[in-house]
Design a protein around this ligand. Structure first.
Ligand code: FAD
Length: 105
């Protein structure tokens, strides 16, 4: 079960990294990056929540104790879905991009 969680975490981190690189590359090409950047912010902050939640699970009770850095990481991760545009607002931006026409995804 721990290996499955580690595989999920690694996959989400890899997917996030690829999204960041692709959005950065498209921005460098002069393409309108707004919808893609919102996808990246939305996906990465939600993925962060899932990844750090699994990390707490792996550590068990110790993951919940303030003696361990993972407890702080878990708390800090939550705010990424709020600041710099909430997940809801970024989904609005993505939907707006979709309504303008097909996105190159
Ligand atoms: C630790 C921290 C650091 C921050 N740093 C900065 C900073 O450096 N610079 C800066 O400018 N701001 C900063 N902020 C502010 C941050 O960007 C805002 O908190 C964030 O944009 C959400 O705005 P709000 O708190 O007013 O929530 P609200 O806008 O009141 O939103 C409340 C809820 O309603 C939802 N909601 C609101 N409007 C819509 C809509 N149209 N459709 C669907 N759902 C909606 C939101 O998603 C959220 O769930 C920071 C916030 C925190 C917590």
């Amino acid at each position: 079960m721990v290996q499955a969680m580690l595989a999920d975490m690694a996959t989400e981190i890899y997917a996030t990294r690829m999204m960041v690189l692709n959005a950065a590359w498209e921005t460098d090409q002069g393409l309108d990056p707004r919808a893609k950047v919102s996808m990246v912010k939305y996906y990465s902050s939600e993925a962060l929540g899932r990844v750090v939640d699994k990390a707490v699970q792996i550590f068990g009770g110790m993951g919940y104790c303030s003696d361990m850095p993972i407890e702080r990481l878990y708390r800090d991760a939550r705010v990424y879905r709020i600041f710099d545009g909430t997940s809801d607002i970024h989904r609005v931006v993505v939907a707006r991009g979709l309504l303008k026409g097909p996105l190159d995804i």
